[in-house]
Design a binder for this molecule. Sequence first.
Ligand code: GRF
Length: 225
Amino acid sequence: MSISRTTAMRVAVLASGRGSNLQAIIDAIEAGQVQAQIVAVISNKKEAVALERARKHGITDMFVDPKPFAGRQDSREAYDRSLLEILQQYEVDLVLLAGYMRIVTAVLVNAYANRMMNIHPSLLPSFPGLDVHKKAIDWGCKLAGCTVHFVTEGVDEGPIIIQSAVPILDNDTSETLAARILVQEHKIYPRAVQLFAEGRLRVDGRRVLIDGTKPDGEAIISPAS
Ligand code: GRF
């Protein structure tokens, strides 16, 4: 198969569900705010809305069925090896996990070290994993938020690139909080991708240093008054 190569940074998105973060990145690219090209959207779920969104925008969409790999001792690695083949075939520069509901193994993590990002709906390192909006409310936090981070083998553990904080209101439910956080996700994920495209991210141990950002002096206090 011959795959055309343009100068724009080549991005692949792995998604399992509704794909609103994928959509935000597609929209930002189409609006000229992010200099990148999504060359493939890959899902482990055949019915993922994310795949439909890709098709609507003329982006190659692929369902990679995990079933043929099930039952093997190395099923997760074997699945990731087949993803890696696709990513290499498409000459992908940056991999984005966007609601991708599988744990990625060293096979992908090592091949895309500091070149694979994830978005998570909490202020990491608080509340990794699932059901995080409820956990933040139940804990009594006054601030929640979302995090874009590089992907390492530990789930939701990689170096943090951008975070956005959102107040938790007394009458919040998981749904209302999730909706407000999602608005922020759609802002910070495209921004992180653009920072990467501009070559402004430097990983120094656990810290991601961003070239050319202005110092932000303002505190976020919740409740504000
Ligand atoms: C988002 O909340 C993201 O932070 C989490 O999974 C959700 C995916 O939503 N990892 P969507 O599929 O991008 O709409």
